[in-house]
Design a protein around this ligand. Sequence first.
Ligand SMILES: Nc1ncnc2c1ncn2[C@@H]1O[C@H](COP(=O)(O)OP(=O)(O)OP(=O)(O)O)[C@@H](O)[C@H]1O
Ligand SMILES: [Mg+2]
Length: 318
Amino acid sequence: MPAPVVRVDQLTKVYRTRRERVTAVDRVSFEVQPGEVLGLLGPNGAGKTTTIKSLCTLVRPTSGEIEIGGVNVRAHPYRALKRIAAVLEGNRNIYWRLSPRENMEFFSGLQGIPTRTVRPRIDQLLERFRLVDKANVSARKLSRGMQQKLAVACALIKGTEILLLDEPTLGLDVETSYELRGALKAMARDHQRTILLSTHDMNVVQDVCDRVIVIHEGRVVTDDRVTNLLHMFRARAYRFILEGRLEDRACHRLERSFEMLELHHTDHRTEIEVELLDSAALYKMMDVLRESGAIIESIDRQDPNLEEIFLAIVRGNN
Ligand SMILES: Nc1ncnc2c1ncn2[C@@H]1O[C@H](COP(=O)(O)OP(=O)(O)OP(=O)(O)O)[C@@H](O)[C@H]1O
Ligand SMILES: [Mg+2]
């Protein structure tokens, strides 16, 4: 495996206010490989923004080390920062009076890339972000979503190896969010960019990321490939309502056959909550019920929501 481009080792950040101490990030460690798209997924207050700000030196860690491309961020912040472009949440770091094209020329110019050579890339990004019509309109006249896309485009035009994005799709409408995700995927695929993005939206992770780190209350609770995690997300919770009380033998058989099963019954009715991972499990469940002569009143399927998944992950780690 190649050397990681980002290495975070036991990162801890404690914010001290007059009244309290908040441990926003608690001994977080992870690595990002070149060309990888890594999602930092977590609910509000999990520590995502603090982690990303620590990487781009906007937050000084309480302890722990960060290396970007083998360079220690604490020891050599400027050298490390050269390899990063960042777009932070709510901070659209673009010039309002400049047009999208001028903004991109400006940011690539800062990196010392001559305007002439960057032009085709600017056209490509305008196209990809569907900003061609607005290429020459001043940025302050764009919609919020367009400004956000432009901010990401300006980060991309810098041509740095690593891109940090804090909640890139927050507040975007569905279509704009799709465009942005598509553009990010394409950049990672075609230009071997390494992307670290934070989000609390599982769909963004599913769509764009190769790997996901779930953080909760400042701690890493899961670090896994998205395909593996999706398998877990795909688990389906079902609720069966049966007429009358299910006979004991059938109850035992169900409990033996299905791990995630809860049974509640009164004399008139039996309620079964069960997680069935695939259709084979569902058919098996139906078979057991049919063989016991149960009369099914209803079956509801419930997709687990993100909160439930978080809880399951967090509990599993305690
Ligand atoms: N400057 C600060 N001073 C004090 N506490 C802070 C500061 N910034 C963040 N925190 C606290 O640190 C914790 C983590 O915050 P952070 O912004 O990193 O979370 P987040 O995962 O980005 O959340 P969100 O999804 O809401 O953006 C929270 O409890 C927050 O209140
Ligand atoms: Mg945040």
